[in-house]
Design a protein around this ligand. Sequence first.
Ligand code: PRP
Ligand code: URA
Length: 209
Amino acid sequence: MAKVYVFDHPLIQHKLTYIRDVSTGTKEFRELVDEVSTLMAFEITRDLPLQEVDVNTPVATAKSKVLAGKKLGIIPILRAGLGMVDGILKLIPAAKVGHVGLYRDPKTLQPVEYYVKLPSDIEERELIVVDPMLATGGSAVEAIHSLKKRGAKHIKFMCLIAAPEGVEVVKEAHPDVDIYIAALDEKLNEKGYIVPGLGDAGDRLYGTK
Ligand code: PRP
Ligand code: URA
């Protein structure tokens, strides 16, 4: 069964408060999403395998550790997921980036796929699907399904804010995918927005309405 991790690191929680704040403008919102994504990347990479190497220090040879060369992939769900990519790449610059374009139909709330472009070797990669919001769960479920259909085997899902309803939907549809969240909020409203949430992540990142 999928595990759900809520990152309670004080820096993540502090920055998330300002991300939520309606008076935070586009520039600052974008910077904060970038910073929180870096901090979340630090937490999500805790279980990366290491291998021992010898390194010559100025004094002696030390047995030390380096990453064991696991291939990573970051998959933002467009549009809003794009806002998290650079922050993650700061810590794992060699990761490849694939894109899944989905929008949520405002009437049905169902995800509509409009673009998919992935690294050719996704079946060998550990993939981190990123999107600031997990609301009904429809977009995350569809994006993960789209990756699996194309051969992906190892997938994690990372978001800033999730609704309990969306977490359950993803766990049910993809029990092999662990979920990493900065905050688990109270509920969805009648329009499918997370309460209290942060509003429309894409609009706040890109200054649209
Ligand atoms: C938002 C968000 C998620 C989706 C979450 O995207 O970035 O992708 O809604 O909702 P769900 O869990 O109910 O599917 P949106 O559809 O607004 O598209 P955008 O990123 O292009 O603004
Ligand atoms: N998408 C968003 O951007 N915000 C929500 O609260 C729900 C879906």
